[in-house]
Design a protein around this ligand. Sequence first.
Ligand code: DAH
Length: 333
Amino acid sequence: MSLLEALDEYQAEALRAIEECQTSQEIEDVRIRFLGKKKGKLKDLQSLLGKASPEERPQFGQRFNTAKEAVETALESRKTAIEKPSGPRDQFDVTLPGTAFELGKPHPVSRTISELKDIAGRLGFSIADGPEVEDDYHNFVALNIPEDHPARDPLDNFYLSVAQAGQGGAWLLRSQTSTVQIRVMENTPPPIRIVSTGRVYRPDTIDATHSCMFHQMEGLFIASNVTMSNLKTVLKMLAVSYLGDDIAIRFRPSFFPFTEPSVEVDIQWGNNWMEVGGAGMVDPNVLRAVGYDPEQVSGFAFGLGIERLCMKRYGISDIRLLTGNDLRFLSQF
Ligand code: DAH
């Protein structure tokens, strides 16, 4: 066998052996067998090379190098193939259950707010907005709540500054969305038909139906010849649209400084009644405070507690669950 043939055979044998390797250890064994410096097949071929005639030597030398390189390259790529971790495709077991894809959804209070706005929209009301940090004028004075009225008590409100609490010029977290009535009327001539939803703040004792932050929907309708029966119709339609045809609703005579006459609005709550808001005919003093003429226009206003309507709708027994952020509760809705 000529030296060239021996080199061909060496290369073919090595490539076959490399192809069969399954582990890094086998790769290493094959490397030593075919490329080992001290002992091994390459070493044997090298000593044959030394015996070749000077004419043959360049050709053999070149073939020797290409054979060696071919074996080195094949070893390297086989080694990479074995050591590379198998890709996700190889690990993917189609018989396993998939990963559940969790979809979020709006909070029940947010859903109540958007449904109420929709219903009010269908009744012809547009949406207004006002700030949560209010001045004493919009939260009290313009709403006909005089200086010495208990509603301004520092212990019943979240004033921003202790020094100013309860006095003119004070700032507070609004205690009612009725503030928005004033802001809208200040900027818009009648007629007006708006609702406004948002947070209100009161240092109430927290229990199953009271919270120191909750949401209200305020409504205001100003035009000529607006009557108390218009008010009752609108509130009844709101309640029926949101809570269903068989909801029982009642109006109790009450007092608010900014309406005359005034009512409190109750809905059926188990075997009992629950107050869900106040309403009435806008007091002439309020109309005057915003520059309207009470001889020309009249109107009604209402303020509803959104959490309580939400609780009734979804059968929630404790208002605290609505701010608890417990997914076990929230995911039921
Ligand atoms: N602002 C009142 C409250 O928070 C509720 C209310 C009563 C709003 C009568 C009104 C109204 O617009 O006319 O207790």
